[in-house]
Design a protein around this ligand. Structure first.
Ligand code: TXA
Ligand code: MG
Length: 310
């Protein structure tokens, strides 16, 4: 097994793997990432292969400071204001790209997405590597995202050279993605930072990008994604006999995302609980209770809707 504790020596070993073109399982506060040197096309290509990911899907570059962003993107005041407020954290910006070495990482788009993760191990790894690290979620494409080091190993095994064990992910949902390439700010993906928090800071509403699943603005927003192996039914108030029932709030169920009805606790538990439902041999299917569509509930419902098989 290639899971290691994130000691200073092991982080140095992982940074050398990045520098020499390998793949590292990297903990972040949202989900575990499958990391490679953003400037190394051969290493980036390995990510697409390891995940069975369609080549047209661009990756997020993870940085440990804003200077790293300036090397690859054109930044403006909106970026600095938002990054000052919310970085490190579960917020990704899409910006105009200025570096052609990132062609493959950005799937040929003239924009680049950047994020500074709020996890000490990720930040130490990026600093030690000295380059932006591109990292999609560390799982086979379309399946449930990993929130522990073991999930990464279970999904990718030896396709990843080393996995740094940074514990359970606090946030548990991928980052919120904002498009800053135009005059108006657009939400491309709801995620681990509630849109309301961003709007409160900005003092105005953010536009929601219209999703067109055949040619999405954020290409990862394909309809089927985050899917458990079993059939998933959502907004369920009455479970069927063959269903593993994931509840929310005060109710009888097999596992409760948050008895108190706390959306951030529910977000943290969501992917791990879907995995437990998948593994439970007593049930053929998974059902999930209704989740209020506010705050982090927006991102939770987005992932659940994509987890339903079409
Ligand atoms: O929390 C996260 O964001 C995690 C952790 C590992 O940081 N990463 C993650 O990466 O969720 P991934 O590859 O699963 O999702 C990245 C999303 C995709 O939907 C992709 O299409 C979109 O970001 N994206 C990346 N670059 C983009 C760009 N230049 N323009 C529009 N969308 C972009
Ligand atoms: Mg993903």
């Amino acid at each position: 097994m290639n899971i290691v504790q994130p000691s200073i020596e092991n982080i140095e070993i992982a940074a050398n793997i990045i520098k020499s073109g390998g793949l590292v399982g990297m903990p972040t506060e949202t989900v575990y990432g499958l990391g490679a040197n953003a400037f190394d096309s051969a290493a980036v290509a390995k990510i697409y292969t390891a995940k069975n990911r369609p080549n047209f899907n661009p990756l997020i570059s993870h940085v440990s400071n804003t200077d790293m962003v300036c090397d690859i993107a054109r930044v403006d005041e909106r970026f600095y204001a938002l990054a000052n407020k919310f970085w490190p954290g579960p917020l990704t910006f899409v910006l105009p790209r200025i570096n052609e070495k990132l062609d493959l990482a950005c799937a040929g788009l003239n924009s680049v997405s950047v994020r500074m993760p709020n996890h000490p191990v990720a930040l130490a790894l990026i600093s030690a590597a000295g380059v932006p690290i591109v990292a999609p979620s560390a799982n086979i494409s379309t399946t449930i995202s990993p929130t522990t080091a073991t999930h990464v190993f279970d999904s990718l095994g030896d396709r990843v050279d080393i996995i740094l064990d940074g514990g359970n992910c606090d946030v548990g949902l991928e980052s919120t993605i904002l498009d800053l390439t135009g005059d108006d700010i657009y939400l491309l993906r709801p995620g681990g930072l509630a849109v309301e928090e961003i709007e409160d800071f900005l003092g105005y509403k953010i536009k929601i990008a219209k999703t067109n699943s055949s040619a999405p603005k954020s290409p990862g927003q394909m309809l089927k994604h985050y899917a458990p192996a079993k059939d998933l039914r959502i907004n369920v108030t009455q479970k069927n006999e063959d269903e593993f029932f994931i509840g929310f709030g005060d109710m009888v169920c097999d596992l409760n995302l948050s008895e108190m009805g706390d959306l951030s606790q529910a977000a943290t538990n969501l992917f791990a609980y879907m995995r437990i439902g998948d593994a439970d041999k007593r049930y053929k299917k998974i059902a999930i209770a209704p989740i209020p569509n506010v705050g982090l509930g927006l991102a939770i419902n987005d992932r659940l809707a994509r987890g339903v098989r079409k």
